[in-house]
Design a protein around this ligand. Sequence first.
Ligand SMILES: [Zn+2]
Ligand SMILES: [Zn+2]
Ligand SMILES: [Zn+2]
Ligand SMILES: [Zn+2]
Length: 190
Amino acid sequence: MPNCDWGRPCNCLDCRTNRFSIHCEACGFDTMVSYVMSEVGGHTDKKGMFSYEFKEQTEKYSEINCFKCGEYKNNVPYFEKIEVDINNSRLNQRTCVACGVKELETFRKIKYKVWKNETFCTGCVEKQFMSEVPNPSTNEKVFKVDTSNMKYILEKVKIPCNTCGRQRWLNVENQWKKQCTSCYKKALKR
Ligand SMILES: [Zn+2]
Ligand SMILES: [Zn+2]
Ligand SMILES: [Zn+2]
Ligand SMILES: [Zn+2]
């Protein structure tokens, strides 16, 4: 196996493969293609690190049918191979209709949600939901969007303390607390 994982100079097939995309004006898809560069020696830099040099192919041109829509295009940069697996996963990757974030183009793991037959990232589906369904929050209740069920759920409630009457916001699961923290502490000391 190649030793390219170790950051050492390498001239394995993978390191010599030049991969790039050819954009389709008709449908917007980027078809990934590649060719194998030939090795043309190498050089040693000031720190004594050797690295190989590969020759990019710039004299020749290719023609292509877009992987997605089949649109023909000539005089595109030279390539030898259409990267079928990569193009297939690009073709099937999920994309947020609102912000355009694509599944395979970021390092963070993005959660997607299909709502009304459209795919959103969770951030955008929340905004979309709030723009369509008014938030029922009041002066006493705060609701938040539950994106897994696409509905508003109660998050906080305002309840007065039984002892001093001061209004305080409680998380829903803490509604049973009858006293505010300071009254509760005072009661404990007694
Ligand atoms: Zn390598
Ligand atoms: Zn196309
Ligand atoms: Zn989004
Ligand atoms: Zn109190």
